[in-house]
Design a protein around this ligand. Structure first.
Ligand SMILES: [Fe+2]
Ligand SMILES: [Fe+2]
Length: 457
């Protein structure tokens, strides 16, 4: 076993080293990758994943330290360390392409000390599906880091599921279930950290992020409704996979900016039924979850698609996905629309309440996101401008705010988290109060991710 383990790592190191000398297609780069895949295969006979870690300057694969370091192994370890990868997990099903892309990622990534969630989302964008990275257990992680990991893993699962469907394969339902369970746990532990992530929009990969966001938002609504864990997970999985049927619609149609022709819209309208069919072939998917995917565009007043027959009974949870879907679509910038602030989105949704959206759920979302939802830009009485980074518990008290611009409108070098309850020593009254919301377009775009990291550090 030990020599097999050393063989795997040696192959990775050799490929990485040769990538510095030869083009990616050269046999000296490609052959070690193929060999690595072969050497890995026997390990997956009795386990589903294999962990490679760097611990105290030693490379450890599945608990077996590798002491005889060759120059290529040293290079490999140095690259892992420089980028900031404490542990790499190879999953059963890892392909030559995955390993090849991963080695190229190690070679081409020049930044140092990247946070794990950033690495995770980059690997997803590169198309690496069965290799993931994680911090070693010994590391203390704050909620925001954990939330980013959980979000990143769910993103990976969606990327993989959609890719599988496009390649004519049936996605693994157990993976979606696992990802949603993790997100549900994180929503219970720290809802704000999870919600803040839904506001970090990735414009190129709309469907992937949208799927995860709808899942997070649906889980938040489901939790506020006080539903059981089984129900919450079912709703979260429906959210994650609600648009999986779009894989059956031509990509340029999905990405088409502006209005669609009647024929094009007819094509798009097929995606809920297609999704229903795909979920029917997957394991770990409940019938009710499938129904919700089919019904997510039926609308509260039943004027949507597929048009329900008068006697058709909709699953009430389909309306949860519909409000989450609407909120995420409105707060995302698309080629044909500007992004609304969370508050603007809720205002629009209130107008749709009782028509396309369930009025009770819109009211619930409005209440549970608070007057100033996470991500809202606000002006304070001190004339400073900040962004809401946390909502008060149970809808009462003051939200958490990070100041971004001083009273003269100059950006701060580092966002400053402030406590709105902190009293002014002279008057005893709170020093800062929210005056109202600010149009975020008046300010340079802000990265919620960066702000939350700076504030939570
Ligand atoms: Fe949809
Ligand atoms: Fe959607």
């Amino acid at each position: 076993m030990e020599s097999a383990i050393a063989g795997v790592v040696r192959c990775l190191g050799a490929s990485l080293k040769n990538l510095g000398l030869y083009p990616a297609t050269h046999p000296l780069v490609r052959t070690p990758v193929e060999k690595c895949r072969l050497e890995l295969a026997p390990f997956f006979a009795d386990r589903s994943e294999l962990a490679l870690t760097v611990s105290d300057g030693t490379l450890v694969l599945e608990g077996v330290p590798i002491f005889q370091l060759t120059s290529s192994l040293e290079l490999f370890m140095a690259r892992l360390g420089a980028i900031g990868l404490p542990a790499v997990i190879f999953e059963r099903g890892v392909s030559v392409e995955d390993i090849e892309l991963f080695v190229r990622f190690l070679h081409e990534t020049k930044e140092q000390g990247l946070p794990i969630p950033e690495i995770t989302s980059r690997l997803a964008r590169w198309g690496v599906t069965h290799i993931r990275v994680t911090a070693t257990d010994a590391e203390e992680k704050d909620d925001f880091t954990l939330a980013r990991e959980v979000y990143g893993n769910a993103l990976n699962v969606v990327v993989r599921a959609l890719k599988d469907v496009r390649n004519g394969k049936i996605p693994d339902g157990a993976e979606s279930d696992r990802a949603v369970r993790e997100m549900s746990g994180m929503v219970s532990q720290n809802r704000d950290a999870m919600l803040a992530l839904t506001l970090i929009k990735n414009f190129d990969e709309y469907t992937y992020n949208h799927s995860v966001n709808v899942s997070v938002l649906s889980l938040t609504v489901a939790e506020t409704l006080g539903l059981s864990e089984t129900e919450r997970i079912g709703i979260g999985v429906a959210g994650l996979l609600h648009d999986v049927g779009k894989t059956q619609v031509a990509l340029d149609l999905i990405r088409k900016p502006g209005t669609l022709t009647v024929e094009e819209f007819e094509e798009i309208k097929k995606h809920p039924e297609e999704g229903f069919a795909i979920l029917g072939k997957m394991t770990h998917i409940k019938e009710s979850t499938r129904a919700v995917v089919r019904e997510h565009h039926m609308r509260f007043d039943r004027t949507g698609y597929p048009r329900p027959e008068p006697e058709y009974r909709m699953n009430p949870y389909s309306h949860v996905i519909a409000v989450a879907d609407c909120f995420d679509a409105l707060t995302t910038m698309r080629s044909y629309q500007k992004a609304r602030t969370p508050q603007q989105a809720l205002d629009i949704m209130k107008k749709l309440a009782g028509k396309s959206l369930d009025p009770d759920l819109v009211a619930l979302m409005d209440r549970s996101l608070g007057v100033y939802p996470v991500g809202t830009m606000v002006r304070l009485n001190t004339m400073e401008v900040g962004v809401v980074t946390g909502t008060p518990g149970a809808g009462k008290g003051a939200p958490k705010v990070a100041i971004l611009f001083d009273r003269s409108g100059n950006p701060l070098a580092v966002p400053q988290g402030v406590d709105l309850k902190e009293p002014d020593p002279s008057s005893g009254r709170p020093r800062r109060m929210i005056l109202g919301t600010v149009n975020p377009l008046m300010h340079p775009p802000v990265s919620m991710s960066g702000i939350l990291q700076a504030v939570s550090a």
